[in-house]
Structure formats: structure tokens, C-alpha cells
Design a protein around this ligand. Structure first.
Ligand code: CMP
Length: 419
């Protein structure tokens, strides 16, 4: 865990350095000036940083994510990736000041791209925002490069400051990328015209990319919400088409809005069923641990027993006024209350034995004694329950005799109290 954080900090640091170089190197190249003393220091620091990065890639073990992303194990670190890392680490500016070989350092940007992808893959929740953010970073860098290219062709007019020349070049670049320019800054020779054609073509490509991606990114920012709203639209249309009574329509829509508030529209059972078996039991246990710990007759139960019960519990929701079951019906399941209040009604349907709430359970008598339901259970509000069916319950009782004795005892007490 700690090493993962360190790894992230390190990757952030090297990515920041490579992005800084991506801005600084092209600008320095168009300036044709001497290397300043502080630049020499910065150059050595970045060389040290990139060299250490190569060493670390050799020594540290790969994480699953990295292995998947780069398609290779660290022990196989080599080939063009190693070559690119080495070239990026060379202090070219100190060896050949002002030479275009300095651009070799920008090869490190491949690593930055890899790091961005890794972050995006891991952060499922903020995937859309991150993609938009990273896209903007690349967008700014490409515009900066094109601006520097134009600046190098135009040169800086006599007495012109870097800032004003840069702004003029940026103005030309953005107007050429976004349209075909205003005609106030124009290419004057063949080289410049060819460059302008290239920039216009990049502009067309960029626009198609933006139009194609931004809409996807924006809808991708809240995928669950988008899906929820689509489902609600479809459901409303269906209910109108089938002329479902308005009271029932409201009840259905209320239920979906409750399910959205509670679980963001995710179906817990489906999400869990898509996981591999080892994760299924771990996630079930995590999701149900709170409720299992609240249930008195499971207090102090062994980890194994709790895990077995968690695996068999199925989430169910009841809306206000719903009967979970009525007295006299055969019993096939028992229930644990995760959230909500329900009342236990006598056979007459009027006498209220008690009200059950979070952490309580019911429906065990019919399972233990193999009798019809001794009472009716009605939801007073939206209730999230977990159901455990008779077969699973019997299997668990058979497997854990101590637990069986405990359940029998509690059932007897409740039965004596209730009737
Ligand atoms: P079962 O008989 O299967 O179905 C009705 C359930 O109501 C019963 O199991 C108990 O779980 C529960 N129940 C019955 N009487 C009481 C009571 N007095 N207090 C709390 N719960 C009860």
C-alpha cells in the first residue's frame, strides 16, 4: 500500500518533469540563447531524476496494473522503451547547446502517457473528468509546439520581446487551427505555407477528435446517473403505453428513485455475480458484515459461519405498506433488516406484536419448526432486507450444530413471547 503511494508520487514527479520539458525545450530552441546557470542545474536534476527512474524500473517488481498496461514484466524491461528512457535521460543541452537533438528528451512523454492511462483505468469513479483533464494537457502541449514551430519560421522581429512574439504566434496558431485564420498574419514563403497547411490539417483532426470525444466524456462522467435517467424515461413511456394506474405509476417511480438514492442504481447481486469466486465471498462479507454483526444471534459466530451466511444472503427491497408475507403462509425464507422499519402483526391483522428495525431478523420460526408463518410482516417505509432461503438455512444449521442450538433457543423464546 505504502509502496504504491510512493510509486504514484514518483511517477507524478517524473511526469511533471517531462511535461515541463515539453513546454521548455521547444521554446528554448526558438530563442537560440546561451544556457543560463540555473538551467544547467535544472538540466542535471532532470537527468538524475530520469536516470533514477530507469534504475527503479529495473529493480522494482511490476504491479498487476503495470504488467497489464505495458504488456511486459519489469524483468523484461528493455527494447525500445529502455532506449527511449535512456535517450530522454541524456543532458543533451549541456553537450550540444541549442541543437534539435534536445527534442529527444521529449521521448519521456510516452511514460507520462502511460501514467495517465494507468490513473484513468484505476479511477473508475472520476474516469470522465480525468480523461477530459488529460486531453486538455495534451491539447495545450500540441498548441504550444505548433506555436513554437511558427515562431521558429517567423523568427523574432528586431527588438521584439519573446512574450509579444509568442502571443502573435499563438494567435496565428489558434486562428489557423480553429478556422483558416483571419488573414492578418499570413505565411509569406513556401515553407511557411506548407507549415500552415499542416496546421490546418491538424486543426481538422483535432476538431473531429474533440467533437467525437467530448460528448462521450461528458456523458461518461456520470454513467450510472445517465443510465438511471434513460431507464426512468423508458419506464415512464412503457407505463403510459400500458395505461398503468397513476397511483401504481407513482409507486414504481418512487421505488426506482429510492433504489437510486440508496445504491446509485447498481444491482448488488448482479455486480457481485460478475466477480470471480474468491472476490465474491470477500465482497459479500464486506457488504453484509455490518448487518451480520448487528444480528444478535450471529454475535460471536465464527468467521467461517458468517462468510457462509453472507454468501447466501440476497438483497430485496420492500416499499411502504408491502407485506413481506402474511400469517399462515408457508415459509421459504428468513430475513435480516439492513435498513427500514417493519411491523409484526398478529393473525387478526390488527394487533401489532412489535416493530422491527435495522439489525433485526424475522421469519426464522417457520424455517426452524417447519410450520406456517406465525405472524404477518408489513413494511412501514422503504426497507432493504437480506433474504436467506430455507435450503441455505438448513445447510448452514447442519454444518454448524452449535449455531443450530442457539437458533432453536432464540426461536423458542420469541415464540413464547409472541403467542
Ligand atoms: P415466522 O413464523 O416464520 O414468520 C413471522 C415472523 O414474525 C416469525 O417467524 C418471527 O420471526 C416474527 N415474530 C413472531 N412473533 C414475534 C414477536 N413477538 N416479536 C418479534 N418477532 C416476532
Amino acid at each position: 500500500m505504502k509502496s504504491r503511494v510512493l510509486r504514484h508520487v514518483w511517477a507524478t514527479l517524473t511526469s511533471a518533469a517531462s511535461l515541463l520539458l515539453a513546454l521548455a525545450i521547444p521554446l528554448r530552441l526558438v530563442q537560440f540563447r546561451e544556457v543560463l546557470p540555473w538551467e544547467t542545474v535544472a538540466e542535471w536534476i532532470i537527468t538524475g531524476l530520469f536516470s533514477l527512474d530507469i534504475v527503479l524500473r529495473f529493480v522494482r517488481p511490476a504491479t498487476a496494473g503495470e504488467t497489464a498496461s505495458s504488456g511486459m514484466r519489469i524483468s523484461q524491461y528493455g527494447g525500445w522503451k529502455l532506449a527511449a528512457d535512456i535517450l530522454a535521460a541524456l543532458p543533451v543541452r549541456l553537450l550540444f547547446p541549442g541543437s534539435p537533438f534536445e527534442l529527444l528528451r521529449l521521448l519521456k512523454l510516452f511514460r507520462t502517457g502511460e501514467f495517465f492511462q494507468q490513473i484513468q483505468r484505476r479511477s473508475v469513479k472520476h474516469w470522465g473528468i480525468l480523461r477530459l483533464g488529460f486531453f486538455l494537457v495534451w491539447f495545450v502541449i500540441v498548441i504550444h509546439w505548433l506555436t513554437c514551430g511558427w515562431l521558429s519560421m517567423q523568427g523574432m522581429g528586431a527588438g521584439q520581446e519573446l512574450v509579444s512574439s509568442y502571443i502573435l504566434a499563438l494567435y496565428w496558431c489558434i486562428s489557423t487551427l480553429s478556422s483558416v485564420g483571419y488573414g492578418d498574419v499570413i505565411p509569406t514563403n513556401t515553407g511557411e505555407r506548407i507549415y500552415a497547411i499542416g496546421v490546418m490539417m491538424v486543426g481538422v483532426g483535432m476538431y473531429s477528435y474533440i467533437i467525437g470525444n467530448v460528448a462521450t466524456i461528458l456523458t461518461g462522467i456520470q454513467p450510472a446517473r445517465t443510465r438511471y435517467l434513460e431507464n426512468m424515461d423508458r419506464l415512464s413511456a412503457f407505463m403510459r403505453y400500458r395505461r398503468i394506474p397513476s397511483g401504481l405509476q407513482r409507486k414504481i417511480l418512487d421505488y426506482f428513485s429510492y433504489a437510486w438514492d440508496r445504491m446509485l442504481g447498481y444491482d448488488e447481486s448482479r455486480v457481485i455475480s460478475e466477480l470471480p469466486p474468491s472476490l465474491t465471498s470477500e465482497v459479500s462479507l464486506f457488504l453484509k458484515r455490518d448487518i451480520i454483526e448487528k444480528v444478535p444471534f450471529l454475535k460471536g459466530a465464527s468467521e467461517e459461519l458468517v462468510r457462509d451466511i453472507a454468501l447466501e444472503m440476497r438483497p430485496v427491497v420492500f416499499t411502504p405498506g408491502d407485506y413481506v408475507f402474511r400469517a399462515g403462509e408457508p415459509g421459504g425464507e428468513m430475513f435480516f433488516i439492513n435498513h427500514g422499519r417493519l411491523e409484526v402483526l398478529a393473525k387478526d391483522g390488527v394487533t401489532i406484536f412489535t416493530t422491527l428495525t435495522d439489525g433485526d431478523f424475522f421469519g426464522e420460526i417457520a424455517l426452524v419448526l417447519d410450520t406456517p408463518r406465525t405472524a404477518s410482516i408489513r413494511a412501514l417505509e422503504y426497507c432493504d432486507l437480506y433474504a436467506l432461503n430455507k435450503d441455505a438455512f438448513d445447510t448452514i444449521l447442519r454444518r454448524y450444530p452449535d449455531f443450530k442450538a442457539h437458533v432453536n433457543q432464540m426461536t423458542k423464546e420469541r415464540q413464547e413471547r409472541g403467542m
